[in-house]
Write a protein that binds this ligand. Sequence first.
Ligand SMILES: Nc1nc2c(c(=O)[nH]1)N[C@H]1C(S)=C(S)[C@@H](COP(=O)(O)O)O[C@H]1N2
Ligand SMILES: [Mo]
Length: 317
Amino acid sequence: MLIRRPRGWEIPERDATPEALWTRRRTLGAGLGAIAGGLLGGRNAIAQEDPSAGMYPAMRNMRYRVDREISAENDATTFNNFYEFGTSKTIWRAAEKMPIRPWQVRIEGMVEQPRTVDFDDILKAMTLEERVYRFRCVEAWAMTVPWSGFSLKQFVEWCKPTSSAKYVVMQTFQNPSVATGQRASWYPWPYTEGLTIDEATNELAFIATGLYGKPIPRQNGAPLRLVTPWKYGFKGVKSIVRFNFTDQRPKTFWEQLQASEYGFWANVNPKVSHPRWSQASEEVVGTGKRVPTQLFNGYADYVADLYTNRQDERLWA
Ligand SMILES: Nc1nc2c(c(=O)[nH]1)N[C@H]1C(S)=C(S)[C@@H](COP(=O)(O)O)O[C@H]1N2
Ligand SMILES: [Mo]
């Protein structure tokens, strides 16, 4: 018997997080932000200096719906993973030291013309939108995050890779004088991640430059970071300075550290346990609740086809 399950983008309006709730929160957030900025300066003053601030909020793309509430902004911006600034989850203050302008991005390898471009020129060339995505860390916690930015597909096409390119490798900046975590020489800095060109041009792959309707904070990977919602969070390399198009599969940061636990593909699968814990359920940060984990983090309709010819590989972290 064939049971037809609605695809993600066919879920009726009533099942998605109500738009009104989000709009109200955003207005409220902006009001509070302005007050805090006036009274306290500090974090908000930094946000206001950002030359891209006027580009947000971007219009939300309603094709991507999530049937749970958007996480509190404070959770998403104070509970982070960014080893360049320390191995704890509270690195947001340390990350404030990271300079994010000027920010040059190198596009190189198998492309028609290698070049170095200014981040703000990339922003101007791309179509900005907002997407609410499920977000699942390999450590079995999860959030629901409104990212703003552009599709990686649009960016890849703009880079003009040649037909020999099979992967796009992305790397974080290297600057141990501000990123003190990089003084720990046993880590394979700079943080390196990669996708196949097929994955990078899947409609879900996204470069986030904003968060909660504002430029993305440093602790979340300013000024640009990868978001691949069907994969574990460690694929989402932050503060990218290099896109290298190549025919060689890269050895990623976590794969170099512990290949038996963190692989190249890192697709979310509740049935395949991490060697040290189960992936069957996840804790939704801020709710105190555990919920069942979904195959490809709920995005199988969009991405399962990418892997039909790769069944002999270790697709699940
Ligand atoms: N450069 C860099 N990128 C990184 C990491 C990191 O330590 N360094 N941590 C990864 C991990 S394990 C996760 S879960 C996400 C966390 O993103 P968030 O802080 O926005 O929640 O970033 C990923 N990207
Ligand atoms: Mo993670």
